[in-house]
Design a protein around this ligand. Structure first.
Ligand SMILES: Nc1nc2c(ncn2[C@@H]2O[C@H](COP(=O)(O)OP(=O)(O)OP(=O)(O)O)[C@@H](O)[C@H]2O)c(=O)[nH]1
Ligand SMILES: [Mg+2]
Length: 294
């Protein structure tokens, strides 16, 4: 049987639904999703295997104009993903087309030296007239056969998208065993789930100022032992993450642990700490340590 395989980079401005799409395509939550922009900081690999197709998706941070070192590292991650890919899947947001199809996106679409597809996401949030206008505008930049209208959240037209992906990937053997969903370690996903909880529970600058590092991950009879450290940038942020009488940290710990246990499918003991790493977002050594820089 002829099979197709290759790497597909999911690209787009922050918050358009890239990570939601990755999870929807795989039928499993792999990449963290929040209502806040710039949730994804490092590429997330997810592998979809069918009878005839193996697509290795690279979920990327949102395209942006970098303002500080962490964002520069995020942009670098995107560039590496593009370089590694056989197909580029650009995503725009139907409910916020102006923002999501701005100069930054248009430029990277026109610069693309690889086959590309455009997925218009969140069609559940836009009326027919808006979708027609979007279709017309996109038509100037992309071949109509390569534009697909989807809702990653509701799962609309994902089959159509999969067909389009298969059509545009090269013929080739599968690169990973059929039952492999990702190639990233459990440690990575564990840290991400804790970060997702901080994004959900805390506001303003805090989610952007934290990084999570797994200090120890011991598989044990009965219960795994995981020690994780939430790094903040300043002393004052430490107090906010810990909360009055440790209440906030306790909440973050309890809900992270539930997510981690569901993901690993085994019980864990989560030992969660908060530490200050002054201005880590500006320091290459810290960015490297937290996995944001090669
Ligand atoms: N209504 C609707 N909301 C969606 C859809 N897809 C994603 N969302 C929501 O959009 C928000 C952002 O989703 P993400 O998947 O985190 O977006 P992202 O592009 O990965 O964002 P970054 O990682 O920050 O670049 C979340 O609140 C999602 O629930 C969709 O099809 N319809
Ligand atoms: Mg994301």
């Amino acid at each position: 049987m002829v099979t197709k395989s290759g790497y597909v980079a999911i690209l787009g401005r922050p918050n358009v639904g890239k990570s939601t799409l990755l999870n929807a395509l795989l039928g499993q939550k792999l990449s963290i999703v929040t209502a806040k922009p710039q949730t994804t900081r490092a590429r997330v690999v997810g592998i979809l295997t069918t009878d005839t197709l193996q697509a290795i998706f690279l979920d990327t941070p949102g395209l942006l104009d970098p303002k500080y070192r962490l964002q520069e590292a995020m942009v670098k991650q995107i560039e590496t993903c593009v370089k590694d890919s056989d197909l580029l899947l650009f995503m725009v947001d139907a409910s916020d087309f102006e923002f999501s199809f701005d100069e930054i996106l248009r430029e990277s679409l026109s610069r693309a030296k690889k086959p590309s597809i455009v997925a218009v996401n969140k069609i559940d949030c836009a009326d027919q007239e808006t979708l027609s206008i979007i279709n017309r505008e996109l038509g100037d930049h992309q071949h109509p056969d390569r534009i697909v209208f989807i809702s990653a959240l509701r799962g609309d037209n994902l089959d159509q998208l999969k067909v389009l992906i298969e059509q545009n990937l090269p013929i080739g053997p599968f690169l990973y065993p059929e039952d492999v969903l990702s190639i990233q370690p459990e440690r990575f996903f564990t840290a991400e789930m804790i970060r997702e909880e901080v994004f959900e529970k805390l506001r303003q600058e805090i989610p952007y100022s934290i990084a999570v590092k797994i200090d120890q991950f011991e598989e044990k009879e009965g219960k795994d032992y995981i020690r994780a450290i939430i790094y903040v940038e300043k002393e004052s942020q430490k107090g906010i993450v810990i909360g009055a009488g440790g209440a906030m940290l306790k909440k973050i710990g309890a809900s992270s642990r539930q997510k981690i246990e569901a993901f690993l499918d085994r019980p864990v003991y989560l030992d969660l700490w908060v530490k200050v790493r002054k201005n880590w977002r500006k320091k290459d050594s810290a960015l490297r340590e937290f996995g944001y820089l090669e």
